[in-house]
Design a protein around this ligand. Structure first.
Ligand code: SF4
Ligand code: SF4
Length: 388
């Protein structure tokens, strides 16, 4: 069995649940100040339109086994824990972000989510964007552009405002700067040996989703990136590296302690995330030149390029994975599959074959938010890391 170690985390390190709790208070203050608040779930969300409406976007993706169990009061037990926890928290007044949100902007991604949104729509105004089933289908872009335009109209009607093209262009420029700051922070993982744990990378990015002042968020990430580059030069450069892991698959914010932290406590370094908790869409800014003539097209093209398994086919994900394996000098890939996530589970066959074809060891962990399978996960991860 691999030797366990305690993670090297900064003294002021805040766990994701702690950061969320703190963010409840800032959300309450924003609400009292009369700010507009829009709840979101997914990487396909055109955040720029929310920004252009002078509204704050807040991530509603649910975590916590207690919330998932509450979700089961209405939803089937055999459903992805992320869907159950998101609904369970919202429907039982356990998610202050949902409580404070004026409306929800969601997309028809996987079956579980899109049917759950119908129930959520009975609790609060939910604008559901119809996502085309594939990025390459005939008329897919034109269809999606209409959906994006509809979001703009709904925000205008809902808030009684006008969103101009200039408002959207300004939002695009700001969000592109935010993307760059997040991407630079993620890319610290390319350094060998890495000066930061993957657990901290993932936690910082997830927690910063709750920093509602985007200029402050950008400043924080730029400073932390510079500090880590300096730490690498002064303390890490030239030292031996532990096995370097790339995480792929479903979003991991609900299993941070259960999987992400354990990989590192069991002896490897997580250097990159090829999932929605990683640089997936950050690497791909909105085309600002195109936005000068057609901001809606620029936004639509960008979000249709997101490499998620809900799209069929989805070849961009494998291309992105190969690039990350090379850029981050990866020794092994761990795919995290949330129970009953059919699209990622089926796509994992192609991922496994592709990664093994590159000569890189691969393993997958299927889990949910309950702590009951921790020992099995540890055994599996320990054996995989020992083999690297
Ligand atoms: S994994 Fe797919 S459905 Fe889930 S948040 Fe990411 S893009 Fe959206
Ligand atoms: S992890 Fe899979 S099943 Fe769960 S919400 Fe995302 S795409 Fe849907």
């Amino acid at each position: 069995m691999a030797e366990e170690r305690v993670l090297d985390l900064p003294e002021d390190f805040e766990t994701f649940p702690e950061a969320r709790k703190k963010a409840f208070l800032s959300m309450k203050e924003l609400k009292e100040q009369g700010r507009r608040i829009v709840g979101v779930f997914c990487t396909y969300t055109p955040w720029e339109l929310i920004e252009a409406a002078d509204a704050v976007a807040v991530n509603l993706c649910g975590i916590g086994d207690d919330n998932a169990q509450l979700g089961e009061r209405d939803l089937p037990q055999n459903l992805c824990p992320l869907v159950k926890a998101s609904y369970g928290g919202a429907a039982n007044d356990r998610c202050p972000f949902f409580y404070f949100a004026d409306m929800v902007l969601a997309e028809t991604t996987c079956d579980g989510k899109k049917k759950m949104y119908e129930l959520m729509g009975q609790l609060k105004h939910c604008h559901i964007m119809q996502l085309p089933p594939g990025r390459y289908g005939r008329g897919a872009l034109e269809f999606w552009m209409k959906e994006v335009e509809d979001v703009r109209s709904d925000l205008e009607d809902f808030y009684g405002i006008t969103i101009t093209d200039d408002d959207i262009r300004r939002a695009i420029r700001l969000r592109n700067r935010e993307r760059k700051a997040i991407l630079d922070f993620y890319e610290i993982g390319k350094l060998k040996p890495t000066p930061i744990t993957g657990y901290e990378i993932n936690t910082v990015i997830n927690a910063n989703d709750f920093q509602f002042d985007l200029e402050e968020k950008i400043r924080y990430l730029e400073n932390r990136t510079a500090e880590l580059r300096q730490k690498y030069e002064e303390e890490c450069k030239g030292k031996p590296s532990r096995p370097r892991i790339l995480i792929t698959g479903c979003p991991t914010q609900g299993v941070l302690d259960k999987v992400i932290k354990r990989v590192e406590e069991l002896g490897a370094d997580i250097v990159g995330f090829e999932n929605c908790c990683g640089p997936r869409e950050k690497k791909d800014p909105i085309d600002e030149e195109l936005a000068e003539t057609d901001p809606i097209r620029a936004i639509s093209e960008k979000y249709l390029r997101v490499n998620c398994s809900v799209m069929s086919p989805n070849p961009g994900r494998l291309e992105a994975m190969q690039q990350m394996i090379e850029d981050y000098q990866v020794d092994g890939v761990v795919e995290v599959l949330l129970t009953a996530c059919h699209t990622f589970a089926i796509e994992s066959v192609s991922v496994r074959n592709f990664v093994k074809g590159l000569g890189i060891p691969y393993t997958s962990i299927t889990t949910d938010y309950s702590p009951s399978d921790q020992a099995q996960i540890d055994t599996r991860l320990g054996a995989f890391i020992e083999m690297l």
